[in-house]
Design a binder for this molecule. Structure first.
Ligand SMILES: [Zn+2]
Length: 194
């Protein structure tokens, strides 16, 4: 079943996700719904809070983006040997972030028709449970690490616009107000907080 995506302004997007304690069957169904919802919205990542569940859970697909890219972009945005991931991150904990920061445009399914350049560390190390509930600890870099950081932020109640400088954020105020008020066409079902 497809879920509507919570729009900017919904208080749930500002809450920290609770540790996941669903049974495996419930979890599998929910994760399946998240993949379907993300794909229908043409997204490359989705966090549980965006579909109304206050859980520390998100999915990332950096593989589709990789496959759609020209070679030059692949070389610039992906580390050698990385062809992207399609992965579920449950109860993730960020272990470390590298010091080298790079800037790239980001958007968010909860903030439709808007994108902004965001500075993020090039690589991260993260510990999480995968979809089989097996504990993993991995290093990711480039575009994959950017997507993971964006989604991990959602589990902390943080949105990418929080990383912008005050001037850039001020310039977005009227557009954010419109989204909050539901005056936006997303191309996929959204849930506005009233
Ligand atoms: Zn987002």
């Amino acid at each position: 079943m497809l879920q509507p995506i919570l729009a900017y302004g919904h208080p749930l997007l500002r809450e920290k996700g609770k540790p996941v304690s669903l049974d495996k069957e419930e979890l599998d169904t929910f994760i399946d719904q998240m993949w379907q919802t993300m794909r229908r919205a043409n997204g490359c990542g989705l966090a549980a809070s965006q579909v109304g569940k206050n859980l520390c859970l998100f999915i990332v697909d950096s593989r589709s983006t990789y496959q759609q890219m020209e070679n030059a972009a692949r070389q610039a945005l992906y580390e050698n040997g990385d062809t992207g991931i399609e992965e579920v991150f449950i109860n993730a904990e960020m272990i470390s972030r590298s010091g080298d920061v790079w800037v790239e445009e980001e958007g968010c399914l909860s903030i439709p028709s808007l994108s902004q350049p965001v500075a993020r560390p090039w690589s991260i190390e993260i510990r999480y449970l995968d979809k089989e509930l097996v504990q993993r600890q991995k290093v990711f870099s480039g575009n994959t690490a950017r997507m993971i950081q964006h989604e991990y932020d959602h589990t902390q109640g943080i949105l990418y616009i929080d990383h912008l400088n005050p001037v850039a954020r001020k310039l977005l105020m009227s557009r954010l107000k419109k989204i909050r008020a539901g005056k936006v066409q997303a191309g996929y079902p959204m849930c506005f907080f009233r």
